[in-house]
Write a protein that binds this ligand. Structure first.
Ligand SMILES: [Zn+2]
Length: 268
């Protein structure tokens, strides 16, 4: 009996113990559930912030990384050359002006015309040089694309008459006259400037005080020596110590200081 009674008491004790354990476990679970349930709430605004930063902060959380490759906006940049300011417009054998390219021109004292926007700078440069005893002659300035076409055709016809075919005549003419639209003179921002006592368009002109002064001072007025002797393979034009092109003061200073040509400046 005693044994049985002890055993029953033991069983009851075990039951109470198990119930207490269950209750305790339930309490812990409740606490855990509360903790788990409440945590996500403050976490939400944080993940929201991270989401907003994905585009600007590359080092985000792992799930956000797959979004990174979706940045195809950069390739749009090559379109920029189209938006170059007027003073940096590139004209060469690869970049011709359209046949109907039109500008507002202003006449120099000798009747030649330039783009009205460079008139003040050009005349200031010439007048400052003259005040130092130099005698400049502007022998070529703006020439319309139409006029260029006329000059080119005239040259081409000379070769056609001599029996050359169309293509040969075109090539021969292009050696003497720039193809229509490809001359910087069509742009109105370039001038050929020589000396009163040296008007030959050849390398010898570079030795005159006029050419030397222009080379040293042109950048102050926004002009550059457009066809330097060592850049012929880039510009496609031989050394022309008389041809000055307006690009604006900032670009001119950099181009002349670095000894580069306009093509190189625009690429860098
Ligand atoms: Zn020229």
């Amino acid at each position: 009996m005693g044994y049985k009674g002890r055993s029953a008491r033991r069983t009851t004790g075990r039951l109470i113990g198990a119930l207490a354990l269950v209750a305790a476990l339930a309490g812990i679970l409740l606490l855990l559930a509360q903790t788990l349930f409440h945590e996500p709430e403050p976490a939400q605004p944080v993940s929201g912030q991270n989401g907003g930063d994905v585009l600007t902060q590359p080092g985000g959380d792992e799930p956000q990384q797959p979004q990174q490759p979706e940045e195809p906006e950069e390739p749009e940049e090559p379109e920029e050359p189209e938006e170059r300011p007027w003073n940096l417009r590139l004209v060469n054998f690869e970049n011709p002006l359209p046949q109907d390219y039109a500008i507002e021109t202003k006449s120099l004292l000798n009747g030649l015309e330039v783009d009205a926007r460079i008139y003040e700078k050009l005349t200031a440069m010439l007048s400052d040089g003259r005040s130092e005893g130099l005698q400049f002659v502007v022998c070529s300035a703006w020439r319309s694309v139409e006029k260029q076409t006329e000059l080119f055709e005239k040259q081409k016809n000379k070769w056609l008459k001599q029996g050359y075919d169309e293509q040969q005549a075109n090539e021969r003419a292009a050696q003497v006259v720039a193809r229509p639209g490809t001359s910087e003179h069509n742009l109105g921002l370039a001038c050929d400037i020589v000396a009163l006592d040296y008007q030959n368009l050849d390398d010898g002109y570079a030795e005159t005080p006029e050419a030397k002064w222009l080379y040293e001072n042109c950048a102050k007025y926004g002009f550059i020596l457009r066809y330097p002797p060592d850049k012929e393979d880039i510009t496609g034009v031989i050394y022309e110590p008389w041809h000055f092109r307006y690009v604006g003061e900032q670009a001119a200073q950099e181009i002349m200081q670095r000894g580069i040509c306009l093509e190189e400046y625009l690429e860098s």
